[in-house]
Design a protein around this ligand. Structure first.
Ligand SMILES: [Zn+2]
Length: 377
C-alpha cells in the first residue's frame, strides 16, 4: 500500500504528464491513481464532479483542502496548478525534489525518466571533467566554466553557435552539449527573459517559469527578447533549466559584482574564482593579506528544504579557505524574515563558523574587508 506522501508525488508527476500531453485523454495512470485515493479521503470538502472543478480545487492552496500528508519540501500555501499549467511550486518540487527519488520502480513514468536522463547527461560531463582534473586541472576547469556559463547564459542556441563555442574543447563535444537542448518547433514565436528563460504567452501576457522571482515580462523591457525561429534553433531542456541554469543566475550575478570590486581594488581583492575545483563550491576569494574565503550560493525559497543540504564547505589542498559562507539571494529573505534563523536552527551538520547571510550582506562584508585592508597599509 502506497504511503500518503507517495500519493502527493503521483499527483505532481501525473499532472506534469497530463499537461505535457496537452490535456488529452486518457489521463496518465499516476494521475488517475492519485485522484482515486484523494476522492476516498476527502470528507470536509466534496470531491469535484468535473475536470474543471478538479482543476479549480488543485489550484487552491493545499493547506485549505488537501486531506493527505504533504511533503515538508512543498510549501502548502501554494496550489499545484496555476493558469492550466503546473504551478511554480509544483514544478520546483518535480525538478528539484522528485529527481532524487526517480530511481524508485514506482516512478517508471516517462516524464520522470526523461528528467533523470537529462540530468544524467549533465552529470556525465561533470564527472568526466572531475576525473581529468588531477592531470589537467587548468584545462578541465576552463571547460567546466565554459560549459556551465553557456548553459546559464544561453537558454536558446543553434548548432552553429554550439560548434563555434565548443569547437576547441578537449573533454566536451558539441554534440554532448547539444543533447542538453531540445529542438524548437518551426516557425513558432519564441520569447526569452535574461533572468528566467523561455516565456510562454497566455492571454496576451508573457509568463516565465518562476514568477516569484521574475514576473515583469512586458515586451518592450530590455531583459525580454523575441527569438526569431531559424533552422537548427534549440531551447534548453526543462530539467537542465531548473537544475543548472536557474540556480546559476545568482551565482553569475554575485561573481560579476565581485569581479568589478576585484578590478577596482586588485591589491586588496586579488582574485575571484568561479566554481573552483570543478564546482567544489561556487566562489573563491583571495585577499591582499593572503586570506581566502569560500562561498556557496543557495537559491532555495524554503529554508526547511535547504537546511539538510548544508554541510561544511570543502576546504582541502588548494581549495582551502579561512572563512566560509553560505549566501542566499536577498529576495528570499525579504519574503521570509526568519529565513536565516530557521536555516541556522535546522542545519544540524553545519559548523558554527560558517556564516549564513544574504548576497547583499555578503557584498557589504567584502567591501568592509577591502576597506580594512586598505587602511591597514
Ligand atoms: Zn523573467
Amino acid at each position: 500500500m502506497a504511503k500518503d506522501s507517495n500519493n502527493f508525488d503521483y499527483l505532481v508527476v501525473g499532472l506534469a504528464e497530463f499537461f505535457r500531453q496537452n490535456h488529452n485523454y486518457p489521463y496518465p495512470d499516476l494521475l488517475q491513481h492519485a485522484c482515486n485515493k484523494l476522492a476516498l479521503k476527502m470528507t470536509a470538502t466534496p470531491y469535484p464532479r468535473t475536470l474543471e472543478g478538479l482543476f479549480s480545487l488543485l489550484g487552491k492552496p493545499l493547506l485549505t483542502w488537501y486531506p493527505l500528508e504533504i511533503p515538508k519540501e512543498f510549501d502548502p500555501d501554494f496550489g499545484l496548478i496555476y493558469d492550466r499549467a503546473l504551478s511554480e511550486e509544483a514544478s520546483q518540487y518535480l525538478y528539484e525534489q522528485l529527481l532524487e527519488r526517480a530511481q524508485l520502480p514506482e516512478f517508471a513514468s516517462t516524464i520522470v525518466k526523461q528528467i533523470a536522463l537529462e540530468n544524467f547527461q549533465f552529470q556525465r560531463l561533470l564527472e568526466r571533467l572531475q576525473e581529468v582534473n588531477d592531470e589537467d586541472a587548468k584545462r578541465s576547469q576552463q571547460e567546466y566554466v565554459l560549459l556551465r556559463r553557456f548553459l546559464i547564459e544561453n537558454k536558446f542556441t543553434t548548432h552553429e553557435q554550439l560548434s563555434k563555442v565548443f569547437s576547441k574543447t578537449r573533454y566536451i563535444s558539441t554534440e554532448e552539449v547539444g543533447e542538453l537542448y531540445e529542438d524548437c518547433k518551426p516557425h513558432e514565436p519564441y520569447w526569452c527573459c535574461d533572468y528566467c528563460g523561455a516565456l510562454v504567452e497566455k492571454y496576451g501576457k508573457l509568463r516565465g517559469i518562476k514568477p516569484s522571482i521574475c514576473n515583469d515580462h512586458r515586451k518592450q523591457l530590455p531583459h525580454v527578447h523575441r527569438i526569431s525561429w531559424q533552422p537548427g534553433l534549440r531551447q534548453i531542456e526543462r530539467g537542465i533549466h531548473w537544475r543548472v541554469s536557474l540556480p546559476g543566475i545568482p551565482e553569475i550575478c554575485l561573481f560579476q559584482k565581485l569581479e568589478k570590486l576585484h578590478q577596482e581594488y586588485p591589491e586588496y581583492l586579488c582574485d575571484v574564482q568561479l566554481w573552483p575545483g570543478i564546482d567544489r563550491y561556487d566562489l573563491k576569494l583571495h585577499f591582499g593579506d593572503e586570506s581566502v574565503w569560500g562561498v556557496d550560493i543557495k537559491d532555495y525559497r524554503n529554508p526547511y528544504d535547504l537546511a539538510p543540504k548544508l554541510t561544511q564547505i570543502y576546504s582541502e589542498g588548494n581549495l582551502r579557505h579561512d572563512k566560509s559562507f553560505y549566501v542566499i539571494p536577498n529576495h528570499h529573505l525579504r519574503r521570509r524574515e526568519d529565513y536565516i534563523k530557521i536555516l541556522r536552527e535546522e542545519s544540524l551538520h553545519l559548523p558554527e563558523s560558517t556564516s549564513l547571510l544574504s548576497d547583499v550582506a555578503f557584498e557589504e562584508r567584502v567591501v568592509a574587508q577591502i576597506i580594512q585592508l586598505s587602511q591597514g597599509k
